[in-house]
Ligand binder design. Structure first.
Ligand code: GLN
Length: 195
């Protein structure tokens, strides 16, 4: 395959950082806002940001349902932080009206690691990556529990912080903010394998 085409859901959040990280991991990356822009994508990233806002905007832009369909049909997706929340089949403590795309059989707890001023960085071992990754946790969720088909990719402090189910990958932390593109590389490899 030539460079796979990977969209970044650009309704809200740290879109630019993902576009840069994907390009560094040898993908062609472009922002996606409208349903038509999902056509032709080999993969999609849902960025970090604020999952409640992202959910509302996705519904408003008419992209929520098309996204669900593409993910259900096997489109490779990677969500970071708010993006992880968007990929959860269930949120433990949703704000009213908050919906998700789903795709990963997991229950997540929003803001589980505390408030904005309790944000932190920590070394995290990620399955499939040699040597620790610098995990940036910003009002990060954790995964409370996963279904039988979900692979736990990373844990930190006794909590699940990265998971994979089929073509869907999610991390509580933000590799796009570190300049280390290995997790994006892992996702690009998943996209290539799916394509
Ligand atoms: N706490 C945020 C939410 O609920 C996620 C924070 C982040 O993406 N850095 O969406």
């Amino acid at each position: 395959m030539t460079a796979p085409l990977i969209g970044v859901l650009a309704l809200q959040g740290d879109v630019r950082e993902h576009l840069i990280a994907l390009a560094a991991a040898d993908a062609t990356a472009r922002p996606v806002r409208r349903p038509e822009e999902l056509a032709g994508l080999d993969g999609l990233v849902i960025p970090g940001g604020e999952s409640t806002t992202m959910s509302k905007l996705a519904t408003l832009f008419g992209v929520m349902e098309p996204l669900r369909e593409r993910v259900r049909a096997g489109l490779p997706v990677y969500g970071t932080c708010a993006g992880l929340i968007m990929l959860a089949d269930k949120i433990l403590d949703p704000r009213s009206g908050q919906e998700t795309v789903g795709g990963i059989d997991m229950i997540v707890r929003r803001n589980a690691f505390g408030r904005q001023n309790e944000s932190f960085e920590a070394a995290v071992d990620v399955a499939g990556i040699e040597g620790p990754v610098d995990g940036v946790f910003i009002r990060a969720p954790w995964v409370e529990s996963v279904g039988a088909d979900v692979e736990i990719v990373a844990e930190y402090g006794g909590h699940i912080v990265a998971v994979r189910q089929g073509n869907a990958l999610a991390t509580s932390f933000h590799p796009e903010l570190t300049g280390d593109h290995r997790v994006h590389g892992l996702f690009v490899a998943m996209v290539r394998a799916a394509g």
